[in-house]
Design a protein around this ligand. Structure first.
Ligand code: ADP
Ligand code: NA
Length: 327
């Protein structure tokens, strides 16, 4: 059991997929037992940094709330809330933005990637990592579960904590990364890329709301190769290795165990075994998402209570920030 506070966020951009679950949400659930203060935010302010549809955003927020609860986020043990409802996030972000130089942001990976895709990007997309820093520091968080791709953004949050403390007096602890130990789940159709909800290939991604039939269908069509044996060789046989690591992750076994158990199976038969294991793991979550989505007012109530708790932590910190800054 650790002292300190965990903060993490996820964008409401659709139902989470198997990669989000194994790479992030599963450990979010476990952290509820390991840390005495845990906040999980549905970061809707982040999701409008790219063009969006207001009606889908509203639905996506509730879908994400239902998904997180179904995965095991327990609102009596963690503070689950919608970011934009706690206006202190935006306020602190402005103040931290005034402590951030332009060049510091220019080289961060997300801006480089997403602004290039669109050939331009909004100011919001550019300052996205500053808002992330505000999310974290607003609660004086000490631990931030992140994927490897987010390390540089967390370093900005650390820098900003230091810069603020130097300018205005010690206030923020320097947040530390809790790196996910799970291997990245790869696209079923192109194992050189990670599984992603923005993958245009419909068969590439397994969503938490996929039915058993959907899952069997997608895994049966997963890219493998011409060798029929099951081995774990991420470089030489990335498709098969991806199935093996998914299998290990959903059953809680080691890769070695899984490969040993698959001795004698060809990759075709092995796909059925993997599909069955994934179904077994995801089916209770799918049914729970379905149940929760049918009760919109319950979801709204959970989020309202979460926001209340988040606000009660954020308000005194923000009050102190304002005083230090000279407002
Ligand atoms: P996506 O790329 O599908 O939009 P996000 O960027 O919203 O996913 O990621 C949300 C969380 O899920 C992050 O912590 C990220 O590291 C994790 N994550 C996303 N895709 C994968 C994956 N394929 N394998 C493991 N973890 C992943
Ligand atoms: Na992403």
């Amino acid at each position: 059991f650790h002292e300190g506070r965990v903060f993490s966020g996820i964008q409401p951009t659709g139902i989470p997929h198997l990669g989000n679950y194994l790479g992030a949400l599963e450990s979010w659930v476990a952290m509820q037992n390991d840390y005495n203060s845990v906040l999980y935010s549905i970061v809707d302010l982040h999701s409008i940094t790219q063009p969006h549809n207001p009606e889908s955003l509203q639905n996506n927020i509730l879908d994400m709330a239902a998904s997180l609860l179904a995965c095991g986020i327990d609102p009596t043990r963690s503070i689950l809330f919608q970011q934009s409802v706690v206006s202190e996030h935006a306020e602190l972000s402005w103040i931290l933005g005034c402590l951030t130089s332009m060049p510091r942001l220019r080289h961060l990976p997300q801006w480089k990637m997403k602004s290039k895709q669109k050939n331009e990007g909004s100011v919001g997309l550019y300052t996205y990592p500053v808002l992330q820093a505000a999310d974290i520091l607003l609660y004086k968080s000490t631990y931030v579960p992140v994927g490897e791709d987010q390390i540089q953004h967390l370093e900005l949050a650390q820098d900003l904590a230091r810069i603020f403390n130097n300018n205005y007096g010690e206030l923020f602890p320097e947040p530390r990364a809790l790196l996910s130990s799970t291997r990245k789940v790869k696209s079923l159709r192109d194992p050189s890329c990670k599984m992603s909800k923005s993958d245009p290939q419909k068969l590439a991604t397994i969503f938490l709301t996929d039915t058993p039939d959907d899952i069997v269908f997608k895994i049966r069509r997963a890219v493998t190769d011409f060798t029929s044996e099951v081995t774990f060789d991420p470089v030489g046989r990335p498709g098969v290795a991806n199935l093996v690591s998914i299998h290990a992750a959903v059953t809680g076994q080691t890769v070695e165990d899984v490969v040993r158990l698959a001795t004698g199976l060809d990759t075709g038969k092995y796909k059925s075994v993997v599909a069955e294991a994934v179904v077994k793991r995801l089916e209770p979550i799918r049914l729970e998402i379905q149940r929760l989505k049918a009760d919109r007012s319950h979801l709204e109530c959970v989020l309202a209570k979460g926001a209340e708790k988040a606000r009660s932590l954020a308000a005194p910190v923000m009050q102190e920030v304002r005083k230090r800054v000279g407002f």
